[in-house]
Write a protein that binds this ligand. Structure first.
Ligand SMILES: O=P(O)(O)OC[C@H]1O[C@@H](O)[C@H](O)[C@@H](O)[C@@H]1O
Length: 248
C-alpha cells in the first residue's frame, strides 16, 4: 500500500480536513470517560429500581459503535437503544441528570467539561508536527467536530490558529447539518475552503467518520487508528489506515 505522502501526491490533494477528538487532540478518551461515568450510574440506578441488570458501557465496543463521532443527544439515544431503553427527548434546557435524552446528555457534558478543566487538553504531537509541515508546503487545512465543545478544546490546546476553517457541533445545529455517517459536516468545511471534495483528504478516527468521508466522495479518506480499530475503519471505507502521522 502506498504511503500517506504518496497518496497525497497521486490524488493531487490540495487540502486536509481533520476530525478533532482522537485525531488532533487526546479528547476522545476524555469523552469516553465522561460517557461511561454518566451511563454506568444511570443504568445501575435504573436496574435497581426495575430489579434488572443492565450491562455497563464498554468503551471498546459500545462507545465506538453507538457514540463515537456523532452529536451528543444522538449518542444518548443510540446507546440507550442498545440496552432496550427509550426515554423522552426533553429539551436542551433540561437539568443535568433529568431522565430524558437531553438531561442525560447534559450531565455527560458537565462531566466532560469538569475533566477538561481539571486535566487540560493534550494534543497528539505527531499530528501537529505533520500538519505544520503540510501547511508549509502550501496545503490548506480545516477542522471539524461533532462536538459543541470544539472551540473551547481548540483554545485550551492552543491550536486554533492552525486551521483556516472549522465546522463544529454548534454550527451543525444552526445549519441543520446531519450528523456522521452523513457527509454534511465535511462537505460544509470543503465548501468554506472553496476546494472540491475530490481534492481533499479526510482524517478520522471514528467508524462513522470514515463512513462520512467515503459518502462525501473525498479524494482520500485516512483512518487514524489510535485504539486498534483498523479492521472496522477499513470496513467503513478508509482508503488508508495509519497508527500515527509520519515524522516530518
Ligand atoms: O457533547 P459534545 O462535546 O458536543 O460532543 C459530541 C460528540 O463529539 C464527538 O467528537 C465525540 O467523539 C463524542 O464522544 C461526543 O459525544
Amino acid at each position: 500500500m502506498h504511503s500517506l505522502q504518496q497518496n497525497l501526491q497521486d490524488k493531487h490533494i490540495k487540502a486536509l480536513i481533520f476530525d478533532l477528538d482522537g485525531v488532533v487532540t487526546q479528547t476522545a478518551r476524555v469523552h469516553a470517560q465522561a460517557w461511561k461515568r454518566m451511563f454506568d450510574a444511570y443504568l445501575q440506578k435504573r436496574g435497581e429500581a426495575e430489579g434488572k441488570h443492565y450491562e455497563p458501557l464498554d468503551i471498546e465496543t459500545d462507545y465506538r459503535e453507538h457514540i463515537d463521532g456523532i452529536p451528543r443527544y444522538d449518542g444518548v439515544r443510540n446507546f440507550l437503544e442498545s440496552r432496550g431503553i427509550r426515554l423522552p427527548e426533553g429539551t436542551p434546557e433540561d437539568e443535568a441528570g433529568h431522565e430524558t435524552v437531553a438531561g442525560l446528555g447534559n450531565l455527560k457534558n458537565m462531566y466532560f467539561q469538569e475533566l477538561v478543566k481539571q486535566e487540560g487538553v493534550d494534543v497528539y504531537e505527531d499530528t501537529i508536527a505533520w500538519l505544520k509541515q503540510q501547511k508549509q508546503k502550501g496545503l490548506r487545512t480545516a477542522i471539524i467536530s461533532a462536538s459543541k465543545n470544539c472551540v473551547d478544546v481548540l483554545h485550551s490546546a492552543g491550536i486554533a490558529h492552525l486551521f483556516e476553517e472549522h465546522v463544529d457541533g454548534l454550527q451543525s445545529g444552526q445549519l441543520g447539518l446531519k450528523g456522521k455517517p452523513a457527509p454534511d459536516i465535511f462537505l460544509e468545511a470543503a465548501r468554506r475552503l472553496g476546494i472540491a471534495p475530490q481534492e481533499i483528504a479526510i482524517f478520522e478516527d471514528a467508524r462513522k467518520g470514515v463512513q462520512a468521508g467515503k459518502a462525501g466522495g473525498f479524494g482520500l479518506v485516512v483512518g487514524i487508528d489510535r485504539t486498534h480499530d483498523e479492521a472496522a475503519l477499513k470496513a467503513g471505507g478508509a482508503d488508508l489506515v495509519i497508527q500515527q502521522f509520519p515524522a516530518p
